[in-house]
Design a protein around this ligand. Structure first.
Ligand SMILES: O=C(O)CCC(=O)C(=O)O
Length: 268
């Protein structure tokens, strides 16, 4: 399979490899692509992120604003100015644009989404900065909860810029939940899974930690249940996250998903 982006011939996996990845994605709702981003590229991105953390170059979302478990109580509390996400990653620099358009990721996404696709500027499109001491835990949720597209068929790419482990707050997923229809009473008002319900506990017992090496990319379906703990290590964890959708899967007019235009990434 050959796909073209910006006139360049792309990374060329065999059809058999792509088919196998797609079968895994269809079954589990996620796949990991190992070693996609080399060290030199990661170092350039990390330098840019460090420059944007302190003083924080907005727009940014702060841990204190969300009030997730473990977050500082408010912006005036100790750690209250800890950023959780640097937003609008795509627009921040040419290096982040290139990351979002990574050829290997684009080839796999083009195969999974079966054709032309776009990057959403409204969802994820951020640099996750998980800081020791002041980071929060993210409870079980599906990202699609606040997204409004014609079809819930978006895929996010989580670029690990360093190692991601259970200790530093790496992601947990519940394989196969991207096909599950969850009744509303299983979720709280913010659409997090209610952990006290026995049917939810049975699901959570199936959770798996996704440990990533620096440079790995996790592709996950927008309906996959996932969660993450706090960063208990002594180093900040940095990841860039972008979300993609088929070009013909349009955001609904007037919703948050429609606030900024999507960017065409690849036409086949
Ligand atoms: O790193 C985390 O705490 C989880 C982030 C997450 O699940 C999300 O932003 O959807």
């Amino acid at each position: 399979m050959l796909i073209h982006a910006g006139g360049e011939q792309m990374f060329n996996s065999t059809d058999a490899q792509l088919e196998q990845l797609q079968a895994e994605f269809a079954d589990r709702g996620y796949v990991v692509l190992p070693g996609v981003i080399g060290q030199a590229e990661r170092s350039r991105l990390i330098d840019q992120i460090r420059d944007a953390i302190d003083p924080t170059v907005g727009p940014a979302e702060f841990e204190a604003d969300l009030g997730y478990p473990g977050a500082p109580a408010d912006r005036s509390a100790p750690g209250g100015r800890t950023p959780r996400r640097l937003l609008h990653a795509y627009a921040r620099s040419d290096e982040f644009k290139a990351l979002a358009a990574n050829v290997q990721v684009a080839e796999v996404l083009g195969y999974f989404l079966a054709g032309s696709f776009c990057l959403s500027q409204c969802h994820h499109n951020c640099i996750m900065t998980k800081h020791p001491g002041f980071s929060s835990a993210t409870l079980w949720h599906q990202d699609v909860r606040y997204w409004s597209y014609e079809r819930p068929e978006l895929i996010s790419a989580w670029f690990a810029l360093g190692q991601e482990t259970q200790e530093n707050g790496g992601l947990w997923v519940i394989p196969g939940t991207h096909t599950l229809d969850l009744a509303a009473q299983r979720l709280d008002a913010d659409l997090f899974l209610l952990p006290e319900l026995s049917e939810n506990q049975a699901l959570i017992q199936r959770a798996e930690a996704v440990e990533l090496q620096a440079g790995d990319v996790l592709l996950f379906h927008c309906r996959l249940l996932h969660a993450a703990g706090r960063n208990e290590s002594d180093a900040v964890k940095l990841s860039a996250v972008f979300t993609y959708h088929r070009q013909d899967n349009r955001s609904q007019t007037g919703t948050r998903s429609d606030r900024f235009p999507s960017i065409e990434m690849l036409s086949s």
